[in-house]
Design a protein around this ligand. Structure first.
Ligand SMILES: [Zn+2]
Length: 338
């Protein structure tokens, strides 16, 4: 079977490797249809060690996927994962018994394990890491399930209240799903920052009231675009761009909350003075990988507009696709496995 292997910084090959087989009763063998390229995959591709917070998944990279079941153990079949079932899932396997798992914070599990990477024609994962895709959801949109989980986690952590003025920095798929969830939750004055005009137009179609180029539009007149000149109650920074992280605290209203997720480099400091935080009584809340929320992801998928968020590249274009993903011209790039 075909599998993406990284060779040297900025280079990859499509290798022929042995197909994995099921060995445990709850194993599910999946033919991968799409695997997404995200920020961590790009850091692995560039071998940018300064940005890597964790090691690569077992054997190969990639952790966002959709696909079709081709084989399953008896326990997995009993749980509904038979041949032909369309699935997606989470690469993380939580132990279920440690302090954090017992406290519904599985994303901080002491014994977290990762399944094999998804940039591979076939993968074998446990049924407990999978959900069936709703009928209406295409395999392309289903590939966004992990991103939807992160967006749900961001909204949960934000304590966003009806009527809160909200700014989202970065029109990645994560930013644009957070935008849709924030609107559902009752956010107002929803504003999106992104460098790409195409992505800003998309944000307006998805419910943003204002879409701004953060470097060219706002730096000269930052205050003038802020609602009521007071700032945003909630700022969610997902651009992974340190310049925007630096800007984010300045966009906060008093008692506002800044949430951020992304890799800005291991040695970077948060660019804000204590006095600024103190005077604003601002809160800063990072959000890392999401806890176990596959059922919620499945429930909300039908209510999200996902089709315009994906751009598909063929497997034989993978190296170019990784380069394209670094340009942030598309919210999410998927690799199609034939
Ligand atoms: Zn645990």
């Amino acid at each position: 079977m075909k599998q993406i292997k990284l060779t040297e910084p900025g280079k990859l090959i499509i290798a022929d490797v042995k197909e994995p087989q099921i060995s445990k009763p709850d194993d599910v063998k999946i033919k991968v249809a799409y695997s997404a390229i995200n920020m961590e995959d790009i850091s692995f591709f560039k071998q940018d060690l300064n940005r890597l917070l964790w090691s690569s998944p077992v054997g190969t990279i990639g952790h966002e996927f959709s696909g079709v079941v081709v084989d399953a153990g008896p326990a997995a079949v009993e749980n509904g994962f038979s041949q032909g079932t369309r699935v997606t899932g989470t690469i993380y396997k939580f132990c279920g018994t440690c302090f954090y798992c017992m406290d519904a914070k599985e994303n901080h599990c002491y014994n977290i394990k990762m399944a094999s990477g998804t940039m591979s024609e076939y993968i074998v994962w446990s049924a407990s890491q999978l959900i069936k895709l709703p009928d209406r959801i295409s395999l392309q949109c289903g590939c966004l399930s992990d991103t939807i989980g992160n967006a749900l986690h961001a909204i949960d952590r934000s304590n966003l209240r009806v009527g809160n003025k909200t700014l989202i920095q970065g029109a990645s798929a994560l930013g644009l799903i957070i935008l849709q969830l924030a609107k559902m939750r009752g956010a107002t004055h929803i504003t999106l920052f992104d460098y790409s005009e195409k992505n800003r137009e998309l944000a307006l179609k998805l419910g943003a009231e204002l879409a701004v180029d953060p470097l060219n539009d706002i730096i000269p007149s930052a205050v003038s675009i802020i609602p009521d000149m007071l700032g945003y109650d909630i700022v969610i920074e997902v651009s992974s761009d340190y310049r925007l992280l630096a800007l984010a605290p300045k966009m906060l209203a008093r008692q506002g909350t800044l949430l951020f997720s992304g890799t800005y480099g291991l040695t970077k400091l948060l660019p804000v003075t204590i006095a600024e935080l103190y005077l604003k009584e601002a809160a800063i809340i990072p959000f890392y990988r999401s806890a176990y929320m596959l059922p919620r992801i499945k429930n909300i998928m039908d209510n999200l507009i996902l089709e315009p968020l994906v751009h598909v590249c063929r497997l034989d274009e993978a190296e170019d696709a990784f380069r394209l993903a670094q340009e942030n011209r598309y919210p999410k790039i998927l690799l199609e496995f034939p």
